[in-house]
Write a protein that binds this ligand. Structure first.
Ligand code: DX5
Ligand code: ZN
Length: 209
């Protein structure tokens, strides 16, 4: 499945409308607080308008130090997943439970330097693991090749813990070349600039499938 990020878009309403006309599976919503990462996304009072431009389900990526300040808001949108990082200022498990309390699937995001083993305690609570292919904070960066090992480790983990049905996603630096190396290791491919900087979104999406 493909999840499209509009982080690098200069015209978010137009990008969302054009993505809605494609067969993309999810819209990946990057939320940045200016603290967990340097960049800051629009406030929720602007972001909540997403529903006016798309009927696609949302895959929300919270790059914030205090997810509990954001979860209720994003849970009120058409969200399929809300995912949080591990190195936050709040308790991870409490936030995963908060996401699930709204009936939304919960995810954990692993940064390039986070070890796969760190997610083991959370396995009973997570539906999605997003592996960052770049350092979080901005779009259009180059894919860090060593993250492919993490995807392989996660696939091993999946076999070791068959009771836990988490999906594996990759986020950052994906294009039609990189995708060939990771396709068989992931369930959901997040792609931003490769799609949104093109003038034919559907062709780009097709080339990632
Ligand atoms: C990075 C974001 C990614 C990114 C994807 O901080 O989490 O979602 O914007 O964009 P590309 O595909 O351009 O790396
Ligand atoms: Zn993201």
């Amino acid at each position: 499945m493909i999840s499209a990020s509009f982080l690098s878009s200069k015209n978010i309403p137009l990008t969302l409308k054009e993505l809605n006309d494609t067969d993309v599976d999810f819209i990946h919503v990057d939320v940045m607080d200016g603290k967990y990462v340097n960049n800051k996304t629009l406030p929720f009072k602007e972001m909540r308008h997403i529903y006016k431009y798309t009927t696609k389900r949302l895959d929300v990526h919270l790059m914030v130090l205090k997810p509990s300040n954001y979860i209720k808001n994003y849970a009120s949108l058409n969200s399929e997943y809300i995912s949080i990082h591990l190195d936050i200022l709040e308790d991870v498990l409490t936030n995963l439970k908060l996401i699930k309390s709204y009936g939304i699937k919960a995810g954990i995001v692993l940064n390039p330097n986070d070890e796969v083993s760190t997610i083991i305690p959370y396995l009973p609570y997570i539906d999605l693991i997003i592996v960052m292919g770049v350092i979080p904070g901005e779009g259009s960066q180059k894919f860090i090749d060593k993250t492919i090992n993490k995807l392989k480790e996660l696939n091993v983990l999946k076999k070791e813990y068959p009771n836990f049905k988490f999906k594996i996603s990759i986020d950052g630096g994906i294009n039609n070349t990189i995708v060939k190396k990771i396709k068989t290791l992931v369930d959901i491919i997040v792609s931003g600039s490769y799609i949104t900087k093109s003038n034919d979104y559907q062709t780009q999406i097709n080339s990632l499938r």
